[in-house]
Design a protein around this ligand. Structure first.
Ligand code: PLP
Ligand code: COI
Length: 338
């Protein structure tokens, strides 16, 4: 940790001191135990390795100007982890256990929580995996829940600086009745090849369309999508996107800022009419979109010509960050102060 340059952090992995683990067997979860190892020792036939029985979460802890440590929307992440577990036949982790383990990881790695001024944060990564052997395609009998922490900066290079996204019509992330609404590793494996094509061509990420009709906007590889027009915050409603906790928060903040909110199917052509567009998520925070290229259709939609984010993106970003860092009152009970 010795010379971390907090302000230059990207979204990468830096070793921290401790992680927390809890095991499930015979219908019971063990008390969380603390480990200083970065490794886990599991059976070669574990279901997570072969059949993708893995779910994860992502949330952040922030150090405030007042020195206090705040975790953003801990409870909501606990509930989503349960939904993900149900979706791939894993036992649900009790909310209290999730909360206790996350708090413990933050507490034990306090020295890695970036200082307020850096604008960085401590990223927390809870995960749940099937660890007992199964060669037939069946759920495991035993599970591991673990949480690790790593200090991070912006997910997309440049942070609030708008960057380009791409529609690649030859790729889908999730099927309409598939696993797109839960946070399981398989969804991200499915997006790796499209993601790498996008990166190699200079795009921040892929903007996926609905897999069935390719008519509507779904979401970005690692974040939800939103657009702004006529003083309205518009975000897709879809059966194949992750219910983003950041997006849910921005909807509340947009209303507070006097915007109307519409959560509904968004046709690709509607991109033409948006004044601003952005990706939102725990890692992405708000990442404004400068341009979306629909390469197979030979079309481009431009949202920022001058390299600056639009006024609504800036307002929403500032409001969200102010709550996360404790500069603004937590009216909605989103913060757990450690
Ligand atoms: N969509 C996908 C596919 C994601 O991986 C994430 C990240 O968690 C999000 C959206 C944003 O969700 P949240 O705001 O809860 O982090
Ligand atoms: C997050 O925003 O927490 C994510 O999980 C997104 C990405 C790193 C997969």
């Amino acid at each position: 940790m010795e010379n971390i340059n907090w302000s230059d952090l990207t979204f990468g992995y830096i070793k921290t001191d401790y992680n927390v683990r809890s095991y499930y067997s015979d219908g019971k979860w063990s008390d969380p135990e603390i480990s200083d190892s970065e490794y886990i020792n599991i059976h070669i036939a574990s279901t997570c390795l072969h059949y993708g029985q893995e779910a994860f979460e992502g949330l952040k802890a922030f150090r405030g100007k007042d020195g206090k440590i705040r975790i953003f929307r801990l409870y909501d992440n606990a509930l989503r982890m349960q939904a993900s577990a149900r979706g791939i036949m894993m036992p649900e982790l009790p909310v209290e256990l999730f909360e206790k383990a996350v708090k413990e990881v933050v507490e034990k790695n306090k020295r890695f929580i970036p200082p307020y001024e850096s604008g960085a944060s401590l990223y927390l990564r809870p995960l749940q995996i099937g660890i007992s052997p199964q060669v037939g395609v069946k759920p495991a009998k035993e599970y591991l829940f673990a949480v690790f922490a790593t200090p991070v900066g912006p997910y997309f290079k440049g942070g609030l600086k708008p960057s380009p996204y791409v529609i690649l019509r030859g790729f889908d992330r999730a099927a309409p009745c598939g696993t797109g609404t839960i946070k399981v590793g398989g969804n991200y494996a499915a997006g790796l090849s499209a993601g790498e094509i996008a990166h190699s061509k200079g795009y921040s990420a892929v903007l996926y369309l609905d897999a069935k009709e390719k008519k509507y906007i779904d979401e970005c590889g690692p974040a939800n999508f939103f657009g702004i027009k006529n003083n309205t915050y518009i975000t897709p409603d879809s059966h194949s996107i992750l219910p983003s906790i950041t997006n849910k928060s921005l909807i509340v903040l947009a209303e507070e800022l006097g915007l109307k909110v519409e959560r509904r199917p968004v046709k690709v052509e509607e991109l033409e009419t948006l004044e601003e567009a952005g990706a939102c998520g725990t890692a992405a925070v708000i990442s404004p979109i400068s341009r979306i290229d629909d390469v197979d259709e030979n079309k481009s939609y431009i949202f920022s010509k001058d390299g600056y984010p639009g006024p609504v993106c800036i307002k929403l970003y500032n409001k969200l960050r102010a709550i996360q860092y404790g500069d603004e009152e937590d009216k909605y009970g989103w913060i757990t102060v450690l």
